[in-house]
Design a protein around this ligand. Structure first.
Ligand code: H2U
Ligand code: ZN
Length: 349
């Protein structure tokens, strides 16, 4: 029997967090890399936009007005997907027709008063308040709801409605699909192997090195072995941490530093404001037994070859399973090689 070579032979990789497989076709990237980068269009986004519903002092849909905030600002989404006063009752006239009322809330998080500077372009000391904001929102909503999802849709390619740097937080009492799967898989792993899955995974990747993108005292960024999106990453604390609000002050500072480094490299890859969806996963807030959980963030960027060429989840992927050509190891290497200085600051003194 021939030995399987992960950088040559088509193979499937298991995502231990979800139980799903991804088909990898590395032979399709053997052709030389066409690393041609178009010159980015000059950035003309203003520091303040009178039309923006997130800028300080501006009016939003429904007539509310934002304060003249100086750091971060939170408001309840004017078109919230979840509402606190919903009847939490079931609709189930037949086993094939089942629904459940869901109570919750949805908030918008403004990361900075500056309309034009997304996270990658903010200095580390201005990213720190974003970390504090996440921690505070998760703690506050976690006291009332089982699952609190902090996330960011960045860039028009991911459906963000506005370039003003912002994220969202949705809270509800159900455990949604993704964390529910991760809960089951992490619990089963801890029971079988006696250690939390993601704690073991971080150690394994630090020892192997080939998928590590970045590291500092408290954090590790890897392209996970089972990545689906071309430049998907997983951000993991080095210490055992169950939920984001549990982070110590030094870990919060190190997180701001890690985000700056990661997002700078993302932007430099194709010299564009790199689009992505990202979000935090930690132990559900009602969990009596949560020792199998480890805090982490997922970054899912859609770009493949340039600012204009993105991956679509279509065809085989919708009907059979996810597939990629570029291996996780190749993606990690390209991210490692990307410059640590943001392209917009190059040549500045
Ligand atoms: P996205 O860019 O990820 O779509 O987030 C922006 C959110 O802002 C979106 O969910 C809300 C939209 O409902 N919004 C308001 O709450 N008030 C407004 O005046 C416009 C948009
Ligand atoms: Zn704005």
């Amino acid at each position: 029997m021939l030995e399987l070579n992960l950088s040559e032979h088509p193979h499937r990789r298991l995502n231990p967090l979800t139980g799903e497989w991804v088909l990898v076709s590395p032979h399709r990237t053997q052709r030389p890399w066409l690393g041609q980068v178009e010159t980015p269009p000059p950035d003309t986004t203003p520091a303040y936009d009178p039309q923006c519903y997130l800028c300080p002092g501006n009016e939003r849909a429904g007539g509310a007005r934002n304060p003249q905030y100086e750091r971060t600002f939170v408001f309840t989404n004017d078109f919230a997907a979840l509402l606190p006063d919903t009847p939490a009752t079931a609709f189930a006239p037949h086993p094939l027709l089942q629904a459940q009322g869901e109570r919750g809330t949805s908030r918008v998080l403004c990361f900075s008063p500056r309309h034009d500077l997304h996270l990658a372009r903010l200095p580390v000391e201005k990213i720190q308040p974003v970390v504090e904001l996440w921690a505070k929102q998760l703690e506050e909503l976690g006291a009332r709801y089982r699952w609190v999802q902090a996330f960011e849709n960045r860039g028009a390619a991911m459906g963000a409605s506005n370039p003003h740097p912002h994220g969202q937080v949705w809270a509800g009492n159900a455990l949604p699909n993704e964390p529910a799967r991760e809960d089951v898989r992490q619990r089963a792993y801890a029971e079988k192997y006696g250690a939390p899955l993601l704690v073991e995974y971080a150690q394994l990747e630090m020892a192997r090195g080939e998928r590590v993108v970045l590291e500092n005292d408290a954090w590790l960024v890897v392209v996970p072995f089972w990545a689906v999106w071309p430049f998907e990453t997983l951000l993991l604390p080095k210490r055992r941490v169950r939920r984001l609000p549990d982070l110590r002050a030094d870990e919060r500072a190190a997180l701001a530093d890690m985000l700056k480094q990661l997002l700078t490299r993302y932007d430099n890859l194709f010299e564009t404001a790199f689009p992505y969806s990202m979000g935090w996963h930690g132990a559900p807030f009602d969990a009596a037994e949560d020792s199998h959980w480890q805090l982490h963030a997922h970054y899912y960027p859609p770009l493949l070859r340039s600012a204009a060429v993105r991956k679509f989840i279509v065809g085989y992927e919708m009907l059979a399973e996810a597939q990629r050509d570029l291996t996780a190891e190749q993606a990690a290497e390209r991210l490692r090689r990307a410059s640590a200085v943001h392209y917009s600051e190059r040549g500045e003194r």
